[in-house]
Unconditional design. Structure first.
Length: 131
């Protein structure tokens, strides 16, 4: 971000605050504190930006990463679309979840699509407990 205002102390302070924002101050110490997380949100206009932010923040969390993959088997060969599975797994749209989900134990997550309606609802905030 560039500001044409020179010599304005508040503009310089604002620029420094924006630069520090990307560092996620104290995230290593506070990521398990629900109250601390409750008062923070990052808004982004595009899903690719959200994905980059999630990866950056998750790398700052302690612990080992665990990869989860979506199911990619064909149930009925007659109804199968003839595209390579690798191609189908690489598709990223707002309507489909990514084929690979990488999480760390203790990481805060939010349920976006509910597949077990009686128990959880969309928007439920959860903590990854174990792999």
């Amino acid at each position: 971000m560039w500001s044409p205002i020179q010599g304005d102390l508040s503009a310089g302070q604002f620029a420094n605050k924006l630069l520090q924002f990307g560092d996620g101050p104290n995230i290593q110490q506070n990521f398990k504190d629900q109250d601390w997380l409750y008062h923070r949100a990052i808004l982004a206009s595009r899903n690719d930006v959200v994905e980059k932010l999630n990866v950056t923040i998750q790398k700052q969390l302690p612990g080992q990463e665990y990869a989860y993959k979506s199911i990619d088997c064909i149930l009925n060969d007659d109804e199968a679309v003839r595209y390579p599975i690798e191609f189908l797994n690489s598709i990223q749209t707002p309507h489909l979840q990514a084929h690979n989900l990488i999480l760390k134990v203790g990481a805060p997550i939010m349920l976006i699509r509910n597949i077990d309606a009686p128990r959880l609802c969309n928007g439920t905030k959860l903590i990854e407990k174990k792999s």
